[in-house]
Each structure stands twice: as structure tokens, then as C-alpha cells.
Design a protein around this ligand. Structure first.
Ligand SMILES: Nc1ncnc2c1ncn2[C@@H]1O[C@H](COP(=O)(O)OP(=O)(O)O)[C@@H](O)[C@H]1O
Ligand SMILES: [Mg+2]
Length: 362
């Protein structure tokens, strides 16, 4: 039986689809091909709008699901072709979908997706809707990557953190003497991207260069740090519902320099991550960063300054920071097909381990 799986991740940053083709035959999975299919500006905007309540949501959501599924299929076929293979060599696709609502307390987390269309366009089985079962079992449905980190990134002697800085930041706490835990720390790139879009007309502040020109506004930072989510004990998860520009704007002092606001938002991301690590994880020996935030040089500098121990990219562990989340969803699809759990109750808060996902046959 083939151990080749495609993993597809499209996160809250709304930047595009990350795809990997991975071979799970070796103990440390081998990435055979990977790609990122960026969203065109119009799609990104439509998805952003759908994150808020609005007119005719069902039609807009349904139409966007179809458009997304075509991109998911295209990304899947692209990585398979890149590896010089045919789809028939692949066992299944694990597809996260695109989150537009995350309300675990109300019993749901909604990812736009059309797995039937992906199966039709690729000829492959698709595993999707990974979060619902965990939520049904009383969990947050997030984060789901810690179980994968637990499998492949544990160290026998070193206390490791794997920190994923996507739109939201989440981490896995891999301590040698206790079970792996995980949780969302709060904003990752999301607020930085939104402020950069408004003032630079760009989808992100490359390297954090603009933030680095500004000075942190201490009063604004203190007010942002008072967000109630940040004081909650783990396990916990969050989304655009909690952290968005509409929350920040009323607190910005009149006449503030936009670069200073960007510097403050970057410091908010760094501080919320480091405060959460200090409170929930203790003193790690190593923190390995993945997700798009690893390319934000200024953010990495701040993390290195605020955290104890080594801070670096997961690339140093042989796993590309840009592939890791998509790789986790390939692994999660494999768990589903093997009838094995994909969640970690210590990370999601679920009542117990559960086999996640829905299977759409090939
Ligand atoms: N060169 C860069 N400089 C600063 N930020 C970057 C850079 N490259 C990517 N990013 C950030 O990473 C984000 C995408 O990260 P990703 O891990 O895909 O997040 P998500 O899982 O939420 O989609 C972008 O929106 C941007 O904020
Ligand atoms: Mg992304």
C-alpha cells in the first residue's frame, strides 16, 4: 500500500494554499515536492469579507468552496507532477479547507471545502473536515498539529517548543518528562498583515522592515495585552473573531505614526508568544519556528531576545518551515485512513483521542 500522501493547508493568513507530497514510509517523513499557490487579491478579499457576518453568506460561501476546491485540486496535481508521479501512486489527499468561522464553544469550526470536487478532479480519496470530531468530543478542534510534532520532533533530552507563526500563532510543547501539550497563543501575522495592507498596500511587511522603523507605543501595547483571550489557561484556540483590526483601531492614539503602530503589533505578537511560553511551558531549551512568520526577520529577532534558549527555524531540524503545516495534514489524513487518532487531548481539550476527518472515496 502506498505511503504517499498529499497535504494541503490554507490558513487564516489567507495568503494561499500550501501543498506537499510526502512519503511516510521512513520514520521521519520525506517531502518529495511542495508548492504554494497564492490566492489572487480578489479571492483573498472575498474570503476576508466572508469572515464577517454579511448579506447572502450561504451563496458566497458555496461559490467560494467550489473555487477553493479547484485550487486544492490544482495544487495537489502540481506537487504530484513535480515529483514525476501519477495520481494513482498517491494514497489520499488531506485537505484542511479554509476557515471562515471558528466557534468551538458554540460547537463548530467551519472550513470551506468541496472534497467531492477535489476527488473528482484528481481521482484521489480526500480526507477533510478534521476539526469537527474533536469539537464534538468537547475540544477546541485546534490546534491539530501537536500530535504530528509529537511523532516527529520530540527530543529525548531537550525541552523543545515548535512554534507555528501563521495568521494565528500556535505551539507544541515537547518536554522530555511530560506528554506533549499545545495551544494557540494569539495573533501571529494577521494584525501585521492587515495594517501593512492598509498603509503599504502590500499583503505583508516583508522581513518586518517597516515595523523595525517604528517605535513601540507602550500604552497601546498594554491595552492590546489586556485582551481576555491572552489570560485564559491552555488548552485554548482563537481566530479572526478575537483578533482583527476592528479590535485594535479604537485603541490607537490620534495622530499615531503608522510605523509605530506596526512596531507595536509586532511586539504584541512576540510578547503574547513569549509570555504564554513562560507561563504554560516553563523554560524551553529550544524553540523552533515554522509558518510564514519565520521570514519576518524583525519578529525572529524579538523572539530570540525574549525567549530563553535557542531560537531558530525548523529548517535546522531538516523540516522546511513552509511545508510543516501542510505535512501535518498529510499525516493527519494517513492517521484517519489507518483508523488512528489525530488529536491530542492535551492540546485541544477533547475528552479523549479521536479518529478525525471525513473520507471522500476516490
Ligand atoms: N518575507 C516575509 N516577511 C514577513 N512576513 C512574511 C514573509 N513571508 C511570509 N510572511 C508572512 O507569513 C504569512 C503566511 O504564513 P502562513 O504560515 O502561510 O500562515 P497561515 O497558515 O495562516 O496561512 C503571510 O501572510 C505573511 O504575514
Ligand atoms: Mg498560508
Amino acid at each position: 500500500m502506498s505511503e504517499l500522501f498529499v497535504g494541503l493547508m490554507s490558513g487564516t493568513s489567507l495568503d494561499g494554499v500550501d501543498a506537499v507530497l510526502a512519503d511516510f514510509a521512513p520514520a521521519i517523513p520525506r517531502v518529495l515536492a511542495s508548492t504554494c499557490l497564492p490566492y489572487p487579491a480578489a479571492l483573498r478579499q472575498s474570503l476576508l469579507e466572508l469572515n464577517l457576518a454579511g448579506h447572502d453568506e450561504l451563496r458566497r460561501a458555496s461559490e467560494l468552496s467550489v473555487e477553493l476546491a479547484r485550487r486544492y485540486a490544482e495544487a495537489s496535481l502540481a506537487v504530484i507532477a513535480q515529483a514525476g508521479l501519477e495520481p494513482v501512486a498517491v494514497r489520499a489527499i488531506g485537505c484542511h479547507g479554509q476557515t471562515v468561522r471558528h466557534q468551538p464553544a458554540a460547537g463548530y469550526s467551519l472550513q470551506l471545502n468541496q472534497p467531492a470536487l477535489i476527488a473528482e478532479l484528481t481521482g484521489l480519496a480526500v480526507v477533510s473536515d478534521f476539526r469537527s470530531r474533536d469539537i464534538a468530543a468537547g475540544g477546541q478542534g485546534a490546534p491539530l498539529v501537536p500530535a504530528f510534532h509529537d511523532q516527529v520532533l520530540r527530543s529525548a533530552g531537550r525541552h523543545r517548543i515548535v512554534l507555528n507563526v501563521g495568521g494565528i500563532a500556535n505551539l507544541s510543547d515537547l518536554a522530555p518528562d511530560r506528554p506533549t501539550r499545545g495551544f494557540d497563543t494569539g495573533p501571529g501575522n494577521m494584525l501585521l498583515d492587515a495594517w501593512a495592507a492598509r498603509h503599504l498596500g502590500k499583503t505583508y511587511d516583508a522581513g518586518g522592515a517597516w515595523a523595525a522603523q517604528g517605535a513601540v507605543l507602550p500604552k497601546l501595547l498594554d491595552r492590546l495585552l489586556a485582551h481576555p483571550f491572552l489570560a485564559l489557561a491552555a488548552p485554548k484556540s482563537c481566530g479572526r473573531e478575537e483578533f482583527h483590526l476592528g479590535w485594535v483601531e479604537p485603541m490607537i492614539p490620534a495622530g499615531a505614526d503608522p510605523a509605530d503602530v506596526q512596531a507595536t503589533l509586532l511586539e504584541l505578537t512576540a510578547r503574547t508568544i513569549c509570555d504564554a511560553i513562560a507561563r504554560e511551558c516553563g523554560k524551553p531549551d529550544e524553540t523552533w519556528v515554522c509558518g510564514g512568520g519565520v521570514h519576518n526577520t524583525r519578529l525572529m529577532e524579538r523572539l530570540a531576545a525574549l525567549l530563553p534558549g535557542t531560537v531558530g527555524s525548523t529548517a535546522e531540524l531538516g523540516l522546511s518551515p513552509d511545508d510543516l503545516e501542510a505535512l501535518a495534514f498529510a499525516w493527519l489524513a494517513r492517521q484517519t485512513l489507518r483508523g488512528l487518532p489525530g488529536n491530542l487531548p492535551e492540546a485541544s481539550g477533547a475528552r479523549g483521542p479521536r479518529v478525525l476527518g471525513s473520507i471522500t472515496p476516490a
